[in-house]
Write a protein that binds this ligand. Structure first.
Ligand SMILES: *Cc1c(COP(=O)(O)O)cnc(C)c1O
Length: 349
């Protein structure tokens, strides 16, 4: 059977292609040797990110995963414990990196929509006791990924990090989709990042660049991160070519995230009206749409049937489907996805 053409790719916001304007900008980037700090485009990008996140310095890295893993290694010693939501990226999607690379024990916290509260943090922090791992790091994802793209309020971020700091823990913000939170809430990125020792943003999610992420923190933190970047093979050469995509994205692709959020909301509202689908459209705060299927079709089968119509989504568990809107999905394509979903779910109800 020939593979159906993909009409609408809602699998992830990582599937975006650089726009012609972004490609042109990348093409014309001034470059140098990045690992000698001689690439002017990378240097500009890290200055922009340090400024954006209100930190002393930043480092350009090949991926968000490397931002997370390097941060873990800077903050923790082997045997230390990190506190993160059970759905957090490093606990689920980094191939065991916290254990393999940092020797870190992960303590999974619970709470609705990928978030937890200050009391949960307090209860999870270990007492001084030589039998127990040492609680070292508090970890927050903004927006939450498996938490449905929910946005942590500034109040809650301040509350959970205050408890951590009072107990001598460091704090890390996984900001793979931080700019979605910024656009959805109107809170500046630096305010979200302020209570954290380290924070990063991804250029390859909603921002639509092809490669890279940037990690920010104190000068001392970034110097250590640079050592590990070198050690892990993340130091690059004429990386300005790819960093330019990040610069272009920060200049031109932030405000437009509001369109992705509107599209996600529209998708959620349309899905909510279909038989065999459970979703509260009000829970869609950014560009991630998670919904449950309760009818004859389980999630993998529904995803397969949608794919046969050229609509790509992801099955996240037997009854849960994830769809993500992004730069390469238009309003018309959202309607097209809804029409396909209507056909699939009405036929099976
Ligand atoms: C995608 C993602 C990452 C990893 O980023 P990559 O650039 O894909 O390595 C980390 N954390 C969260 C929350 C993500 O969604």
């Amino acid at each position: 059977m020939p593979k159906p053409t993909i009409a609408v790719d809602l699998y992830s916001d990582t599937v975006t292609r650089p726009t012609p304007e972004m490609r042109r900008f990348m093409c014309e980037a001034e470059v140098g040797d990045e690992q000698k700090l001689e690439d002017p485009t990378v240097n500009l990008l890290v200055e922009m990110v340090a400024e954006l996140l209100g930190k002393e310095a930043a480092v350009f890295l090949p991926s968000g995963t490397m931002c997370n893993e390097i941060s873990l290694r800077v903050h923790c010693r082997p045997g230390d414990e990190m506190l993160a939501h059970a759905t957090a990226h490093p606990l689920n999607f980094e191939a065991g990196g916290p254990a393999a690379l940092a020797g870190v024990n992960a303590r999974a916290l619970e709470g609705p929509r990928g978030q937890f509260d200050a009391a949960t943090v307090k209860a999870a922090i270990r007492p001084e006791n030589r039998y127990m791992p040492r609680s070292r790091l508090l970890w927050v994802e903004q927006t939450t990924n498996l938490g449905g793209g929910s946005v942590w309020s500034l109040e809650r971020l301040r509350a959970v990090t205050a408890v951590a700091r009072d107990h001598g823990l460091r704090t890390h913000l996984d900001g793979a989709r931080l700019m979605n939170a910024v656009v959805a809430s109107g809170v500046p990125a630096r305010d979200f990042a302020k209570p954290f020792d380290s924070a990063w943003i991804d250029f390859t999610k909603g921002l639509g660049a092809p490669v890279g992420a940037a990690l920010a923190g104190s000068r001392e933190f970034i110097a250590e991160a640079w050592r590990l970047k070198q050690q892990m093979g993340g130091a690059m050469r004429q990386a300005g070519i790819i960093a330019a995509g990040g610069i272009y994205a920060l200049r031109h692709h932030v405000k437009r995230l509001a369109e992705d959020h509107a599209h996600a909301r529209r998708l959620a509202e349309g899905l909510a009206a279909l038989p065999g689908i459970v979703i509260d459209p009000a829970s869609v705060e950014t560009n991630l749409v998670f919904f449950d299927v309760t009818g004859a079709l389980d999630a993998p089968t529904a995803v397969e049937r949608l794919a046969a119509q050229g609509i790509l989504m992801g099955a996240f568990g037997p009854r849960t489907i994830r769809a993500i809107t992004h730069l390469d999905v238009s309003g018309a394509q959202v309607e097209q996805a809804l029409a396909a979903a209507r056909a699939v779910f009405t036929a099976s109800s």
